[in-house]
Design a protein around this ligand. Structure first.
Ligand code: G
Ligand code: G
Ligand code: MN
Ligand code: NA
Length: 252
C-alpha cells in the first residue's frame, strides 16, 4: 500500500470525505465547526489523516488536499446559508500551501467561483508558517482579511516561533492544542501554561479555541479562566458534514 500513489487516485476517485467537528461558543448563535478530512480507501477502509497528512505534506499533494477541502467547505457554507442556517467553518491550511506565491489569487478565485460569504470562513495555519517570510505572511493575511476571512493559529504553543510575531500578525484566534489540555485539571504546570496563553490572547484581543476537551473537570477549569470556544469530544466528535448539517437549527 503506497500512500502517495493511492492518495493521487483518492483525489481523482472521490475517496476523500469531508468531516466536521463542532466548536461550541459560549454565546454566538452561529454554528461553528472545523473541517477535518477522512479518507475512505477502497480496500483499507477509513484512514485517519494522522496516517496520510504528514506524507502528503512532503509534496504538493497536500495543496490538492487542502484545495479539495476548501472547496467542500465553501460549497457547504453556501448550501447551508440557502437553507437559512448560519454556519462558520474553520479549514486547515498547510504551510506549504499558504506560502505559495499565488495563495491570495487562489482564495480570491474560490470566493468568486463559489459565491461564499468569506466572513463565514476561518483559515487555520500553524506556527511553522510564521518562521518563513513573516512579511509575506502578514501581507497575505491583510489582503484576505479585507474579504472577511478570519485567521487562526492552530496548535498554538507547540511550535518554535516567538511571541513577538503576535503583535504584528493580523490573526483573530489562537487554538490551544490538546497536549496542554490533557492534564489541565491535575497538573499545575499545564494549568499555568494555559492560563498564560489566555492572558496572551486577552492582551492581543484574540479569541481562544480549546481543543481536546474530554471531561467536566477540564471544562470547569477552562471556564474559570475565561469563556473559551470548546472543541472536544465532551461535546462532539468529528462526523460527516451531512450528518453535522442535520442537527442545525434555522437562524433567528
Ligand atoms: O481528526 P484528526 O485526526 O482529524 O486530524 C488529524 C490532523 O490532520 C490534524 O492535525 C489536522 O490539522 C489534519 N488535517 C485534517 N484535515 C486536514 C486538511 O484538510 N488539510 C490539512 N492540511 N490538514 C488536515
Ligand atoms: O488541526 P488540528 O490539529 O487542530 O485537528 C484537531 C484534532 O484534534 C483532530 O485530530 C481531532 O479529531 C482531534 N480532537 C478534537 N477534539 C478531541 C478530543 O476531545 N479528544 C481527542 N482525543 N482528539 C480530539
Ligand atoms: Mn486544525
Ligand atoms: Na491542534
Amino acid at each position: 500500500f503506497e500512500i502517495e500513489k493511492d492518495l493521487e487516485k483518492a483525489l481523482k476517485n472521490n475517496e476523500l470525505v469531508f468531516y466536521l467537528q463542532s466548536q461550541i461558543h459560549p454565546t454566538n448563535k452561529t454554528h461553528f465547526a472545523e473541517s477535518l478530512i477522512r479518507w475512505h480507501h477502497p480496500t483499507k477502509g477509513m484512514i485517519s489523516p494522522m496516517v496520510f497528512i504528514g506524507i502528503a505534506e512532503k509534496s504538493d499533494l497536500i495543496v490538492q488536499i487542502d484545495q479539495w477541502m476548501l472547496t467542500q467547505a465553501c460549497h457547504f457554507i453556501v448550501q447551508q446559508t440557502l437553507l437559512g442556517k448560519s454556519v462558520h467553518i474553520s479549514v486547515n491550511i498547510s504551510g506549504r500551501h499558504f506560502t505559495k506565491p499565488d495563495f491570495i489569487e487562489e482564495i480570491e478565485t474560490l470566493i468568486a467561483k463559489t459565491g461564499v460569504d468569506a466572513h463565514k470562513l476561518t483559515l487555520e495555519i500553524t506556527e511553522s508558517v510564521l518562521v518563513t517570510d513573516l512579511e509575506d505572511v502578514i501581507e497575505k493575511m491583510r489582503h484576505l482579511r479585507r474579504y472577511g476571512i478570519r485567521f487562526s493559529i492552530d496548535d498554538f504553543g507547540t511550535g518554535y516561533s516567538s511571541l513577538a510575531y503576535l503583535k504584528k500578525l493580523p490573526v483573530h484566534e489562537l487554538k490551544i492544542d490538546k497536549l496542554f489540555i490533557n492534564e489541565i485539571a491535575t497538573n499545575p504546570d499545564d494549568f499555568k501554561l494555559v492560563r498564560a496563553i489566555f492572558e496572551v490572547a486577552k492582551t492581543f484581543d484574540l479569541s481562544v479555541v480549546v481543543e481536546g476537551v474530554e471531561d467536566e473537570h477540564q471544562l470547569e477549569v477552562l471556564n474559570g479562566l475565561g469563556k473559551p470556544i470548546i472543541q472536544g469530544f465532551i461535546y462532539a466528535k468529528p462526523i460527516p458534514a451531512n450528518d453535522w448539517a442535520q442537527q442545525l437549527t434555522v437562524a433567528q
